[in-house]
Design a protein around this ligand. Structure first.
Ligand code: SAM
Length: 316
């Protein structure tokens, strides 16, 4: 059957969106509609660009980008002919934004890209999006690489809940203060960090968040890609001793490691479970609940059961 019909996010009518595994060629062949396209580009390996990103960049009337030389190289490497490239970065955004909005009002197809990865994610574009939406202008994301998600994937840390925290302040006092609200969050934390600050930032994370598993993902998708995993304190010591590595890096920190319940609490839970379950089943349930080794919990469950049956005090 054909693709699901969904509301066109640009508000320009209905569009056919392919479901998983279906071909979207028909939708892609349509001429590019007017609007602002937020286009993700590679974070290192040039091959990590989507077919749709290339198609939008090739069809756009204008491209606004952080550094025109970087984007010109990307376009040239895919044989996209010369087209107007204009800078949009932290230092000219206030002045450049009216020109972008004017182009959109004229019905042009405008692409926004950053030097690498997904625009707006610790890169310019958010204010432009807000203003374009306030004027009812069409807007689409062309998703693709982002260092934050790539780092989470290879970190080996829980991906089910995560907080992307961007860059931390460069000074220690402000950095520690910025970390405090996240200390109790039951989620993995993702930070962008400049490589010269890796050692200090990891040490502050260990101090404020407590010792936790973490990973430093460096030069992702590039020739010298490296992922170093360990406790926050170990990683801090490593980078302080070795000195800053080259390139770019993302820090991923695992959620707080829950302290195991006190022995009296474990006994209480086991006694409750033993009232309804066999020793084996009770031990399995409490081992899962507490994260403690099943064999130790099983031995304790046996002691408790024997003591109850014999009327003895269970062994300590
Ligand atoms: N918007 C971009 C994205 O979605 O990936 C991020 C831009 S932010 C200005 C740059 C930061 O992203 C770097 O300081 C680093 O923390 C991270 N980064 C970008 N490329 C990376 C890579 N190839 N490997 C590791 N980290 C990277």
């Amino acid at each position: 059957m054909g693709g699901r019909t969904v509301e066109d996010p640009s508000g320009r009518g209905r569009a056919s969106k392919p479901g998983c595994g279906e071909k979207g060629a028909a939708a892609e062949e349509k001429p590019l509609a007017p609007g602002l396209y937020l286009v993700a580009t590679p974070i290192g390996n040039l091959a990590d660009v989507t077919l749709r990103a290339l198609s939008v960049l090739a069809s756009a009337d204008r491209i606004w980008c952080e550094d025109t030389r970087v984007t010109a190289r990307l376009l040239a490497s895919y044989g996209i002919r010369k087209k107007p490239l204009q800078p949009y970065h932290d230092h000219n955004a206030e002045r450049a934004r009216p020109a972008i909005l004017a182009a959109l009002r004229r019905g042009e197809r405008v692409a926004l890209v950053s030097d690498a990865g997904t625009p707006l994610i610790s890169d310019p574009g958010y204010k432009l999006v807000r203003e374009a939406l306030a004027e009812g202008l069409a807007l689409s994301a062309i998703p693709g690489p982002s260092a934050a998600l790539a780092a989470l994937l290879v970190s080996g840390l829980p991906p089910d809940r995560f907080l992307f925290a961007g860059f931390l302040p460069p000074r220690q006092k402000a950095r520690r203060r910025a970390l405090e609200p996240w200390a109790a969050l039951l989620a993995s934390l993702i930070f962008f960090e400049s490589t010269p600050r890796l050692g200090e930032s990891l040490a502050d994370m260990a101090a404020v968040l407590g010792e936790r598993p973490a990973a430093v993902a460096r030069e992702l998708t590039k020739l010298h890609e490296e992922v170093r995993r360990g406790k926050l304190g170990e990683l801090a010591a490593y980078y302080r001793e070795k000195g800053p590595p080259r390139g770019e890096a993302v820090i991923v920190v695992g959620p707080p490691v829950a302290a195991p319940p006190a022995p009296a609490e474990i006994d209480l839970r086991l006694e409750k479970a033993l009232a309804a379950l066999s020793v084996r089943e009770a031990a399995a349930r409490i081992a899962v609940e507490t994260g403690l080794p099943r064999a130790a919990i099983y031995r304790r469950a046996l002691d408790l059961k024997r003591a109850k049956e014999g009327g003895d005090e269970p062994g300590a």
